[in-house]
Structure formats: C-alpha cells, structure tokens
Write a protein that binds this ligand. Structure first.
Ligand SMILES: [Fe+2]
Ligand SMILES: [Fe+2]
Length: 299
C-alpha cells in the first residue's frame, strides 16, 4: 500500500497573523470573533495546500485503495501567552488558542477525508514559550483526536498516556522519517542558507552508518518558518533534510529581529512524501513565498 506522510507545522493559533480557519468563533461572554485580513491570507494558503495534496492523493489512488495518510503536526500549534512580550494576539487565553488549533486540525482531517484506524495523526511538542512549559497545548489539542493519534505512551485504564512526541523515527515501506520540532536552522545569508542543515544530515548519516543503524531517509524539522532543503548521499544511501515552512506571517518581533528580506518574509505551506510499495519516494511540496507587497497590505 502507498503511504503518504504530510507535514504541517507552526500554525501559531491565537496570533493575529497565525492560522485561523474562516468561521465564527463564539466566546463565553456571548461575543464572536472572526479572522483578520492577514489571517485570511495565511488560511487561503492552508486551503490551497490541502487542495493540492488532495489532487495528488486522487492521482495516486486511481481505482485502487487510497494511500494511507500519516499527518504529522510538527509543533507550535498555538502562539502562547506572551512570547517575547508580544501583544499581537487575537486572544491570549490559552484555552481559546487551543480551540482555534482544534478547528485547524479538524478541518485538515475532514478535508483530507481521513479515516480512523486507517490513517494516522502524529502530534509533536513545539517550543515551550509558545506551547507551555511541558508543551501542553499540543497535548491538549491531541486529546480531541484520540481516534487518529499515534501516541507516545498509549493510554490505558490505569494510565492516561502521552499523545505528543518530542521526537519520533518511523518507517513507511522502508523510508525512515526522523521528525522533531527543533533542529538545524537556515543560514542567515543566501550562500549559506542550507549549510547547517547539510552538515547536520551528513553527520547524522555518517553516525548511523558507523553505528550500523538503519539510515534516516528524511530529516524533518520545523520552528524556523523558512523552507530549507538539503540532500546528502545518493540512491538508497540518501538523506534529505527539510526545514518546514509555517502558517504564520511575520510578527512585529520578526520584523524587528530580521536582517534581510528572506528571513523577514519566511515561507508558508506544507510538505509531503509519498512512498510506494517498493519503497520509492516522491516529494510533494506546497510551499509558497509571499511577495513582500502582499505582506505590506496584510499588516
Ligand atoms: Fe514557530
Ligand atoms: Fe518553535
């Protein structure tokens, strides 16, 4: 059976420039809040990614059994209470941010037509300053999707389990995925953009070979909001490193801290890999760089 791994991360729900599906959000006091123009820009990218992935899944089905979907949510689902003293929130109350994140994950699962028991969702802990000290936001959100979740610790009658993973290696049809929120970072200059990622995957690959460990095929990280890709090796001894794009436009903190256009404007979207029965892998991108003028209108 073909298996398709999808990687979405850094929704930053609750941020005024984070992901917020287009719907009314009811508050306990009777109020209603709606996504802003900036949020609608990022949400349109989210919808576009899902449509693109659905087209690819359809092409890979063609009368046969649909590929199994492994949906990886690689951390920072919520923006948190006051990262860097930010006041740039739709709402800073964590329970409300988690409601928005639940709406995002529910939308993803439903629009990808995922089926419990066949498809799977894997949650990863994000950055503590966004997700809480023990990254509890991802854990709380994951508990709404227990029928789909591959847990780190399986719940039982005597143990309520742990649904989020700090780090996970998994194997689909012979392709090994190594997934975690933080890892290699993109370089700050164009000519060194992939360097940290390349040296990291090269080191990992050599260590795994020296230790007779099954070599990682895909090193997937998030956190930096800037799509970066590097490859080391070839054939069945190849490792691809990916730093995922995000679903959060630049905050005022990012504008303040960044040194150049590339790091300021980041990249938006998601990533995937289809692995066929024979272990052949095909990358699928849905990665968008927004023109800076669009951002200027959004903010
Ligand atoms: Fe992030
Ligand atoms: Fe992060």
């Amino acid at each position: 059976m073909k298996k398709i791994s999808l990687f979405f991360s850094d929704f930053h729900c609750g941020s005024s420039v984070g992901l917020m599906p287009k719907m009314d959000y009811r508050r306990g006091n009777g109020g209603i809040y709606n996504p802003s123009h900036a949020q609608n820009i990022i949400t349109d990218i989210f919808y576009e990614c899902i449509n693109k992935f659905n087209d690819i899944i359809d092409k890979n089905t063609k009368g046969k059994k649909r590929p199994k979907i492994i949906l990886n949510l690689v951390g920072d689902l919520c923006d948190g209470g006051n990262h860097h003293g930010s006041t740039q929130f739709v709402i800073s109350r964590l329970s409300e941010q988690r409601r928005i994140a639940i709406a995002c994950v529910k939308y993803l699962i439903e629009s990808l037509n995922m089926k419990p028991g066949y498809d799977a969702v894997i949650f990863y802990s994000g950055t503590p300053s966004h997700s809480g000290d023990l990254c509890e936001s991802e854990e709380v959100v994951a508990r709404s999707f227990q029928d789909y979740v591959i847990p780190a610790i399986k719940p039982s009658s005597s143990n309520d389990g742990k649904l989020t993973h700090n780090h996970l290696r998994y194997n689909t049809n012979g392709q090994i995925f190594d997934v975690k929120h933080r890892g290699a970072t993109p370089g700050s200059r164009a000519w060194i953009r992939e360097n940290s990622l390349l040296w990291t995957i090269k080191s990992l690959h050599i260590e795994e070979i020296l230790n007779s460990k099954e070599p990682t095929s895909w090193y997937i990280r998030a956190h930096n909001h800037q799509f970066t890709r590097a490859i080391y090796g070839n054939g069945n001894k190849q490792i691809t490193g990916i730093i995922l794009p995000s679903f959060q436009l630049a905050t005022t903190y990012v504008y303040h801290m960044s040194r150049d256009i590339d790091t300021r404007f980041g990249s938006y979207g998601a990533f995937g890999v289809i692995v066929d029965d024979d272990g052949n892998a095909t990358e699928i991108f849905s990665h968008i760089s927004i023109d800076k003028d669009d951002i200027a209108i959004a903010l």
